[in-house]
Design a protein around this ligand. Sequence first.
Ligand code: KG4
Ligand code: ZN
Length: 346
Amino acid sequence: MSKDAHENVITLAIETSCDETSVAVMKNGREVLSNIVASQIDQHQKYGGVVPEVASRKHIENINQVIERALREADLTFEALTHVAVTYGPGLVGALLVGLSAAKAIAFARGIPLNGVNHIEGHIYANFIEHKELEPPFMCLIVSGGHTHLIYMKNYGDYEVLGKTRDDAAGETFDKIGRALGLRYPGGPEIDKLSKKGNKEAIRFPKAYLERESHDFSFSGLKSSVLNYLNSEKMKGRKVNIEDVAASFQQSVIEILVEKTIKCAIEKQAPLIVLAGGVAANTGLRELMKKECFRNGLELRYPSIKLCTDNAAMIGCAGYYNYISGRFSDLHLNAKSNLKFENRKT
Ligand code: KG4
Ligand code: ZN
């Protein structure tokens, strides 16, 4: 297909993999005409985490209204759409199915192409929306509630997974420690705030490097060590300084994330590092990565906070690049809760 055939592609993008019902309208992949994020956090906070059944029900209640809002804000109607992109995994299966059914219905009714997008790939593309000059290759650290991946993006749609977590994801670890500290769900942003008031050197929590050559991560040992520390202080009747615990825990997580990312960038001779996912909103991670990139002569990009966490604009952007490279999904596309990055179809 010629490049002209891809001008004025208007994508309706849908993201419902977890607890955000999000719909965006995008022009030519990188221009956001609207990006509505209806968060369900209030519904899940009382349970201390996302309840899958509640998430699915809320997505069903919200999806049509959020689609209408996204179109209204973009000042467009269904007739103007030329393409649909939707997250089909990984995520909560019941939640994914709501967005996927809506996307397939629109693609079918309008007779327009559909692209199923891997959620992790979507996080990477959040960077292309705000950094207009950004082009691969680069080294990307994707850190969210469900994923921790080090991916070398060679070109659009062409990736090499260098490392990932062997147990908990970075965001999941933040959320579990947040819960142990009695903080609101999600714990990540709360720990980030508390850390600013604490001493990051107060407690030395361990960092897992794994085998010498491995680029994988492991956070379960660190998590246990923080929980053991909290228990042992409680048994001794000591009052815990939660700002210091938050700052020391956060420091352990971000040091390992930064060290491994820089090492991979140097190994791959990638001059640029890109951050993505909810944990990329972390102030400490951004600062330390900035400092280390500067020290190693590397460039750094990350999205603004609203594009770090789950949103449909990033899915629309990834879907667009899949679409212009000639990859499509058909209407048999199904939700895949444990979809691996390596097994993307489109
Ligand atoms: O990307 P995201 O919205 O959803 C997933 O794909 O999982 O990421 C949500 C995760 C949560 O674990 C949340 O605690 C974490 O991102 N998070 C943060 C911060 N903001 C969000 N973690 C650390 N510091 C933050 N400022
Ligand atoms: Zn996400």
